[in-house]
Ligand binder design. Structure first.
Ligand SMILES: *Cc1c(COP(=O)(O)O)cnc(C)c1O
Length: 381
């Protein structure tokens, strides 16, 4: 939890509130070729892979770390794995799916896209039909929790079907990794991509992809980018234990400390339970204040919640944000294409005390701004 009263809690999709012990791990320097740092890198790779069920007994996948934010890791994964003459089927129900389409335009990979409404999860039948209609499709990509809204896309049956068809599957698990269960034994996939600064509660600066070794081995000379070449990054980790280019050493050290805390909390189960409780407190409290959630409860992942902006004429997001921040809580603007909304995250080093604190602050700001009508515009009572 923040130890400095001038630092607001970050109720956002990331970067997030980190613990003092994670931040303290950055308070020394590391030589990138030093044995201790090489061991730390290896330890992190093993721990990340084990979170999705990759173990010494079932070493199907390998974790490749990459400097940069999550988008760098997504771009690197797509550019490394999709053959230059391949075709990616994109399942889009939010901005992060759209971003993968944009990446493919830059890296010159052909795509086919299925677009859903932002409050609808991807559907198995439609995807199967699209695959059967176009034999040139080689891979499918999907976002696990679409952070645009907070919607959860179901993966198990989708992944099984895609594997049956013999296609590759790339999962953007950026905002779910470490909080929602995902095991490569039950969700067969080519790659799972995430980053240090979301549910693993590290600081920003490292992304990673956990990639099927058989697929990775076939990718030599496929990437179009030198620095985003995950085949060569993997080879270097395997051969020397080192990163190919200057690693963000302090970020890596913080990530290692964050993974200690993750394991102490009981891994995915423990962390997921804390976030689920955070989400429950948030949604219940906001509804009691008169707000409405964008998603129905059965579609909502316990990661980030989209609320309709209140219809009251006194509501202005910028002022609402600034006032909440002065009470110690930073929230996030909405990202819906059609409706006015804002988002509040349930993730990071936050518990029930902070979620209740946020609700108290929101209630105070509503009074300060004289916002009495909290229902969405057009639906006011
Ligand atoms: C955060 C996030 C990303 C990566 O965003 P960056 O700003 O590059 O860290 C990608 N996909 C999803 C679903 C995300 O939540």
């Amino acid at each position: 939890m923040t130890d400095d009263p001038t630092t607001p809690y970050l109720l956002t999709p990331g970067p997030l509130t980190t613990s003092p012990s994670t931040r303290a791990a950055m308070n020394r320097d590391w030589g990138s070729r030093d044995k201790d740092f090489i061991e730390m890198t290896a330890r992190i790779r093993t721990r990340l892979a084990s979170i999705v069920g990759v173990t010494d007994a079932a070493p199907t996948h390998s974790c490749v770390l990459l400097q940069g934010s999550g988008t760098y890791a997504i771009e690197a994964t797509l550019d490394t794995l999709i053959p230059r003459d391949g075709k990616l089927l994109l399942l889009i129900n939010g901005a992060y799916g759209t971003r993968m389409a944009e990446i493919c335009r830059y890296i010159g990979r052909e795509t086919e896209q299925i677009e859903y409404s932002e409050n609808a999860p991807v559907d198995l039948t439609g995807v199967e039909f699209a695959i059967d209609s176009d034999p040139s499709i080689t891979h499918v990509a999907v976002v696990h929790c679409e952070t645009t809204t907070g919607i959860l896309n179901p993966l198990v049956e989708l992944a099984e079907m895609i594997r049956r068809k013999g296609l590759g599957l790339i999962i953007d698990a950026m905002s779910s990794f470490g909080a929602l269960p995902l095991d490569v034994a039950t969700v067969p996939c080519t790659a799972v991509v995430a980053s240090s600064n979301k549910c693993l509660e590290g600081v920003p600066g490292v992304g990673f992809a956990i990639i099927e070794k058989a697929a990775l081995k076939a990718c030599e000379n496929n990437p179009t980018s030198l620095s985003l070449d995950l085949f060569r990054q993997w080879q270097q980790f395997e051969k020397t234990g080192e990163w190919r280019f200057t690693p963000p050493t302090h970020v890596v050290a913080a990530f290692d400390a964050a993974l200690d805390a993750f394991e102490q909390e009981g891994g995915v189960e423990g962390r997921g339970a804390r976030y689920a409780e955070n989400c429950r407190i948030l949604v219940t409290g906001m509804r009691a204040l008169g707000f409405e959630t964008y998603l129905s409860d059965n579609l909502q992942a316990p990661i980030i919640v989209t609320f309709y902006s209140p219809g009251d004429a006194n509501y202005v997001f910028g002022e609402f944000y600034d006032r909440l921040k002065s009470h110690g809580y930073a929230i996030y603007p909405g990202k819906l294409t059609k409706e006015d909304s804002f988002r509040i995250g349930c993730i990071g080093d936050l518990g029930s005390r902070e979620m209740k604190g946020a609700l108290t602050a929101i209630e105070a700001v509503l009074v300060e701004m004289q916002i009495t009508d909290r229902a969405p515009a057009g639906r006011s009572g």
